[in-house]
Design a protein around this ligand. Structure first.
Ligand code: PRP
Ligand code: MN
Ligand code: MG
Length: 182
């Protein structure tokens, strides 16, 4: 049903699965001697987080943070605010932030700075998607699933007006969807 709103599929379910297996092996090796706190950034990171942590065959803990940088718009407002903070004290911890996408970089720049300020021992980033053309502030992920072009992508956690997060793949919406909802 949802597929009728999709112009093109950019990354298939199978491609995502295979990439998660590969990244999971790298992360398992990277964190085999520590018990990282794996932080999912609500809400977009949820599907990717669920898949990536099940490919990490080592001891980890999970926590969540909700920060919002933009609402129902396709363009960032530039503001970052904490909606839900971590439950865990991060001082001295090794942290792995899980994201669905890095666009302007504001969300992750803010989180990395916050966790360093709270004296985490290390802070790394794994993101399903990287959109290098969108970057406004300086930040790079340590582990990247796929690069995406400078288009508004949805699915696998990524929303348009809170919809389409549950698509099992990443795609581009048909233009008429924006025209009717914005
Ligand atoms: C989106 C996305 C990233 C962030 C990336 O989240 O999931 O978290 O924006 O953009 P940036 O690099 O320009 O900061 P959003 O704030 O829309 O919240 P959501 O995850 O609940 O959709
Ligand atoms: Mn998000
Ligand atoms: Mg969003």
């Amino acid at each position: 049903m949802l597929e009728k709103d999709i112009e093109t599929i950019l990354i298939t379910q199978e491609e995502i699965h295979n990439r998660c297996e590969k990244l999971g092996k790298e992360l398992t090796a990277a964190y085999k001697n520590t018990q990282p706190l794996v932080v999912g950034v609500l809400k977009g990171a949820i599907p990717f987080m669920a898949d990536i942590v099940r490919q990490m065959d080592t001891y980890i803990e999970l926590d969540f943070m909700d920060v919002s940088s933009y609402g129902d718009a396709t363009v960032s407002s530039g503001e970052v605010k904490i909606v839900k903070d971590l439950d865990t004290n991060v001082k001295g911890r090794d942290m792995l932030i899980v994201e669905d996408i890095i666009d302007s970089g504001r969300t992750l720049r803010y989180l990395v700075d916050l966790f360093k300020y709270r004296q985490a021992n290390s802070v790394a980033i794994v993101t399903l998607l990287d959109k290098p053309k969108g970057r406004v502030v300086d930040i790079e992920a340590d582990y990247i699933g796929f690069d995406v072009p400078d288009e508004f992508v949805v699915g696998y956690g990524l929303d348009f007006a809170e919809q389409y997060r549950n698509l099992p793949y990443v795609g581009v919406l048909k233009p008429n969807i924006y025209e009717t909802k914005v």
